[in-house]
Design a binder for this molecule. Structure first.
Ligand SMILES: O=C(O)[C@H](O)CO
Length: 329
């Protein structure tokens, strides 16, 4: 009965596991393009505009913004968008809401994978992997007090900004590292914090006390550039900033200055603005920056789990059942 409904998958980077679920119920049309063009530009916008007319649901694998133009082009029969990501800052929630279009995301299934990357960034930034790898490449092995030693996790204070699924999974993974104290901040205290031995505090206090500051919050108007010259100025000299949320949580010019002037010790970023970061971006000149190309959820199992969850959300959304992971029910 639903086979005559068209579902558009926005990228070729969506696994067979999700397609199989969708194809059982719907006519699936998939973009032949991936997220990024050769020069890092997003090239499939025009292609997407060609694909979406007449669709009942969009499975959104790319981070292309869901614009009014795209929704108008899709047409009034569009019932839902399933973004294959936990973050939905690209989804234009007010516009979807105004049009009565449902929105689902894929939280939880990616928390472990993203938390593993957070731990990797902590290690990479604290132990100066960027600089040390560079040394190996140059055949120079000079590790001494004057050439710069790393920072310990043992007995440190780790501050988590946003103790949601990813924040909690990060604390769990770090608990074997003999961390001295976990702090967290957010809108409200979390019941899960007790079992994690994490102490609720204000952002200011967390910034002032933490040796490691992990950003694991969604990007909203409130969190955009929450790390800026003022908040960086509150951090300790040995502080290490980790971002697994979204690039725009951080004012990158201010971060560049703080790292260059050694006002903080290092940073580890899985997310930047823009993505990809241009090869000649000034941040990439910094030895005390360890950067990854947004690989938080990029494991085989996690990407399959995300795809299947998104597909099941579409089935529910188009057959009148409650969404499994609703943003807009
Ligand atoms: O939000 C997410 O799911 C991850 O950052 C991947 O986009």
């Amino acid at each position: 009965m639903t086979k005559n409904l068209k579902v558009v998958v926005s990228s070729n980077d969506y696994p067979e596991s999700g397609l199989e679920v969708l194809r059982e119920h719907f006519t699936v049309v998939q973009s032949p393009y991936s997220h990024f063009g050769e020069e890092g530009a997003t090239t499939n916008k025009e292609e997407l505009l060609k694909l979406v007319p007449g669709s009942s649901a969009l499975v959104w694998v790319t981070h292309h913004p869901i614009t009014k133009e795209l929704l108008d082009t899709a047409g009034p029969q569009l019932k839902m968008v399933a973004t294959v990501s936990a973050g939905y800052n690209h989804c234009n929630v007010p516009e979807l809401k105004a049009r009565g279009i449902k929105l689902a995301n894929t939280p939880n299934v990616l928390s472990s994978a993203v938390a593993e990357v957070a731990v990797g960034l902590i290690l990479g930034a604290a132990r100066r992997f960027t600089e040390n790898l560079e040394q190996v490449r140059r055949g120079v092995w000079e590790i001494s007090f004057d050439k710069g030693l790393g920072q310990d996790i043992r007995d440190s204070t780790v501050g988590i900004v946003g103790l949601g699924g990813i924040g909690q999974a990060t604390v769990k993974r770090l608990s074997g590292f003999e961390v001295g104290k976990f702090l967290y901040t957010g809108h409200r205290e979390k019941p899960e914090a007790k079992a994690l031995n994490a102490e609720f505090t204000t952002l200011d206090n967390l910034l002032q006390q933490s040796d490691f500051i992990v950003l694991a919050v969604p990007l909203t108007d409130e969190t955009r550039h929450m790390i800026n010259s003022t908040t960086l100025g509150k951090m300790k000299k040995n502080a290490i900033l980790i971002n697994v949320g979204r690039g725009d949580l951080v004012d990158q010019d201010a971060l560049y200055e703080a790292l260059k002037n050694k006002n903080i010790y290092a940073a580890g970023l899985d997310v930047t603005t823009p993505e990809p970061l241009p090869k000649d971006h000034k941040l990439l000149t910094l030895p005390n920056l360890f950067v990854l190309p947004h690989i938080g959820s990029a494991t085989v199992r996690t990407r399959n789990d995300m795809a299947v969850l998104a597909a099941n959300n579409v089935i529910n959304g188009l057959t009148g059942k409650p969404l499994i992971t609703p943003v807009l029910p």
